[in-house]
Write a new protein. Structure first.
Length: 178
């Protein structure tokens, strides 16, 4: 994270550039600036990296995306959960949003991936999302698929409508007399 901070500071200073999103290729190849590799078990060490990356993203004020693998037991699971995250369960605890990208033989033949929202800290309980994206395997590019081709979408349009603003607590009692 110290290296990422230095890079972002340099970009802001010299180019007046702040990224819209930061993408870290793979969390598992990063190093912790707080713990030495052999000084802690993988739960603590990889969890510390996840905490540092989350703190860095909050500090810079931009979303940060990274990737992790699933554990052996879930490598062929078409419906993974947070328990499927490899190396450290703490990654799932620290993350604000977790999405699984799933490939099965059927989806591969269609040239698609299934994306499953596994965790969303800011979503209403029980409103998890699934959708399909197309994939060009030669160039590894993702694209939207026609809605008629997407048989995996699990959300309702009503789930994404704007909610009415909540009333202020004080407004509830403004006509209260005693």
């Amino acid at each position: 994270v110290i290296h990422f901070k230095a890079l972002i500071n340099e970009l802001q200073l010299k180019k007046h550039f702040t990224p819209d999103v930061i993408i870290v290729d793979y969390l598992g190849i990063c190093a912790s600036s707080r713990l030495k590799k052999g000084a802690a078990n993988s739960y603590e060490y990889v969890g510390a990296i996840a905490e540092e990356l989350r703190g860095f993203a909050k500090e810079v004020g931009v979303p940060l995306w990274t990737g992790v693998q699933v554990n052996r037991e879930n490598s062929s699971n078409a419906d993974p959960s947070l328990a499927a995250i490899s190396e450290s369960a703490k990654i799932g605890h620290v993350s604000d949003f977790v999405m699984a990208v799933i490939s099965t033989e059927e989806l591969e033949q269609l040239g698609q991936y299934l994306c499953k929202q596994v965790k969303n800290r800011y979503n209403r309980k029980g409103k998890l999302l699934r959708f399909t994206v197309g994939v060009d395997y030669e160039k590894m590019r993702l694209y939207d698929v026609e809605q008629s081709q997407d048989t995996n979408t699990y959300y309702n349009e009503d789930d994404f409508k704007e909610e009415e603003p909540k009333t202020n607590f004080k407004d509830k009692f403004k006509n209260f007399t005693y």
